[in-house]
Design a protein around this ligand. Structure first.
Ligand code: SF4
Ligand code: SF4
Length: 369
């Protein structure tokens, strides 16, 4: 059977729409229908995204013939913390049960960082996914990656069976010393691995960048949204399989689909605007948290870390002090204030952006407690 063509826009299922605390299944079904109707084919979930695998069963697997879509999920050796190799391997069984998909088109070792890469090796998970591929439960094996180019180069040399690589790439992080997007991209290209791009809009931050960046973009293409600029940057790179966007509403989806359907070669004016935006974003002092929440599971104080960082960012931005205080109070109920952080840095080992979370909690305590 011929493999379904992968669409340029992938539907990331980490930020599904919610009604109060719960995933809004009716809305997810509408988004799935709209995405498929526009030619979308690639859905990306993970064992650790709360409720996501179950939601895609209801909205997609139970409603659409299996050959009409491609489904990716991921195995995470570091979350939950302290799990055994057996428990990590059992994630695939659970993902298959939760989704009812029968097999996964794409299966990734998830969120590999310098602090956890040895776990994947010690638990022999590279070998495990190959066994599962041979058993027909996985079609293609890859990894999602959050460390530096030296580690990526080593892993791709040691594991040439890796078929594709998922990388954090966006125009703001292209030259960032933390994320090293360009350097990782070049390593993946050197090894001839197709690339899935994650965080092209940086957890939504690039949909609403500073005013100066908005002006740069509006001067060239006022009809493109800022999110569209960010997606176009990612889609214009060579060797890209698909660009994931974690969509939370039909409105975001419509904008992203319009981008997918109209994206073309970047001209010199567009490239210049992106370079200027990149340099402007480099001047921003905001802490670049993407609200992925990977840090929260291991926090002994159960702090709402991304919520506190958001409040700190608002406080540091001019004229947002009232909103910042309201945000802080909303996320620090029940005594979970920034000042209760004990500085253990467990969160920092889990943060794909390598953020100085413990120091930021101290700053939050100084600003708000
Ligand atoms: S350093 Fe603070 S925020 Fe981070 S895990 Fe420890 S207590 Fe939680
Ligand atoms: S601090 Fe890091 S791990 Fe936590 S939500 Fe932000 S980016 Fe994700």
């Amino acid at each position: 059977m011929e493999q379904l063509k992968i669409s340029k826009l992938g539907f990331g299922l980490m930020r599904l729409p919610r009604k109060a605390l719960f995933i809004d299944h009716e809305q997810v079904s509408k988004m799935v229908d709209r995405y498929l109707a526009a030619g979308g084919t690639y859905f990306d979930t993970a064992f650790i995204y709360p409720g996501s695998e179950q939601a895609i069963k209801r909205a997609l697997v139970d409603r659409v013939p299996r050959e009409k879509y491609l489904l990716a999920t991921k195995l995470n050796a570091a979350l939950p913390p302290l799990q055994t190799a057996q428990a990590a391997k059992h994630q695939l069984d659970t993902s298959l049960e939760r989704t009812g998909a029968g097999y996964f088109d794409y299966y990734l070792l998830h969120a590999i960082m310098d602090g956890n890469v040895s776990k994947y090796e010690r638990m022999r998970l590279w070998e495990y996914v190959q066994e599962q591929k041979a058993a027909g439960r996985i079609r293609h094996c890859g990894l999602s990656f959050h460390a530096g180019p030296e580690t990526l180069d080593r892993l791709l040399q040691e594991h040439p069976e890796t078929e594709f690589v998922q990388l954090q790439i966006n125009y703001a992080d292209w030259e960032s010393a933390n994320v090293q997007a360009r350097a990782n991209y070049e390593v993946a290209r050197k090894h001839g691995k197709p690339i899935v791009i994650m965080e092209p809009v940086k957890g939504g931050k690039l949909a609403n960048p500073p005013d100066e960046v908005k002006r740069i973009f509006a001067d060239v293409h006022p009809e493109w949204s800022c999110a569209s600029w960010a997606l176009r940057f990612a889609m214009s790179l060579d060797g890209v399989m698909t660009v994931l966007s974690g969509m939370s509403s039909l409105e975001q989806m419509e904008d992203n689909l319009m981008t997918m359907q109209t994206v073309g070669e970047m001209g010199e004016a567009e490239r210049r605007a992106l370079r200027q935006a990149q340099s402007q974003m480099g001047k921003s002092t905001a802490i670049p948290c993407t609200a992925c929440k990977y840090c929260m599971e291991g926090c002994p104080k159960k702090l709402s870390i991304p919520g506190i960082i958001e409040a700190v960012n608002m406080q540091q931005a001019n004229g947002q002090a009232d909103r910042a205080k309201a945000q802080y109070l909303a996320v620090t109920g029940e005594g979970r204030t920034a000042g209760t952080c004990i500085g253990c840095r467990k969160c920092e080992q889990a943060c794909p952006q390598h953020l100085p979370i413990s120091d930021t909690m101290k700053l939050g305590a100084r600003l708000f407690d």
